[in-house]
Design a binder for this molecule. Structure first.
Ligand SMILES: Nc1ncnc2c1ncn2[C@@H]1O[C@H](COP(=O)(O)OP(=O)(O)OP(=O)(O)O)[C@@H](O)[C@H]1O
Ligand SMILES: [Mg+2]
Length: 234
């Protein structure tokens, strides 16, 4: 049984259809990446999976129709880290994290917080700092940590590498790769195909609102079309 199964997903903004019947299934315990150029529809696909934008088609989560509301999906263990991060800049690092755990009890939150401070020592050092004053890499870590406060089963990650220096990209994606071993499954959207293919198990290439190619990351990294368009020819 797939953890998440998207079938014939279509999304329109006004009259313009931007996802034209996307099929994608992912098994539990995997990192699955969707790569593709600007405007391909990657963010729209994650937003449809989370219920942030309306879609037609079928979304099964653990073999059953996904709850209709975003809140219901969060309660079922899904969590989206959006491209915009959506942190509260005038609140502290710690208070931003607490918001991520709003569905959890105080003791679950305390446990999750301790766990996350081990994983993100830099956030622990800066827990009283206002989120608006963090560096780009720290903001991305906070967005991830806040999502993890909800103890998700399925993390939908939209471009965690966006705007970050290569060294920080490697650090963030290293943390994402480690999450898999803690039982979190990850659907990772990336323009940085090279970095995404390094940590994922499977990859899908999205172009103009359709999945054009799918395979293991090894197969995709060896596919001449992927290499030429997305890996810079080598
Ligand atoms: N709210 C919206 N209203 C109208 N059109 C939209 C809206 N959001 C996205 N689009 C359009 O839908 C298409 C897909 O956008 P989407 O953000 O999903 O692409 P993307 O693959 O995530 O791109 P990027 O890599 O730049 O983030 C684009 O043509 C975009 O302009
Ligand atoms: Mg996007």
């Amino acid at each position: 049984m797939s953890l998440l199964q998207l079938s014939d997903i279509r999304v329109s903004y006004g009259k313009a259809e931007v996802l034209h019947g996307v099929d994608l299934a992912m098994a539990e315990g995997r990192i699955v990446t969707v790569i593709g150029a600007n405007g391909a529809g990657k963010t729209t696909l994650l937003n449809a999976a989370m219920g942030v934008v309306p879609s037609s088609g079928t979304i099964l989560y653990r073999g059953k129709p996904v709850p209709p509301s975003v809140e219901g999906r969060v309660a079922a263990g899904m969590c989206l880290v959006s491209e915009k991060r959506e942190l509260f800049g005038s609140m502290s690092v710690e208070d931003n994290m607490e918001l991520g755990g709003f569905l959890r009890s105080a003791s679950e939150r305390a446990e999750a917080r301790a766990d996350l401070y081990d994983r993100f020592p830099r956030l622990k050092e800066r827990r009283k700092q206002l989120a608006g004053t963090l560096s780009g890499g720290e903001r991305q870590m906070l967005a991830l940590a806040r999502a993890l406060m909800s103890r998700p089963k399925l993390l939908l990650l939209d471009e965690p590498s966006l705007g970050l220096a290569p060294k920080i990209v490697a650090e963030i994606l290293g943390i994402v790769a480690e999450l898999r071993s803690t039982g979190v499954s990850i659907l990772l959207v990336e323009q940085n195909a090279r970095a995404a293919l390094e940590i994922a198990d499977e990859a899908h290439l999205m172009e103009l609102g359709e999945i054009r190619r799918s395979g293991s990351t090894d197969e995709m990294a060896a596919d001449p079309a992927v290499v030429e368009a997305y890996l810079g020819g080598g």
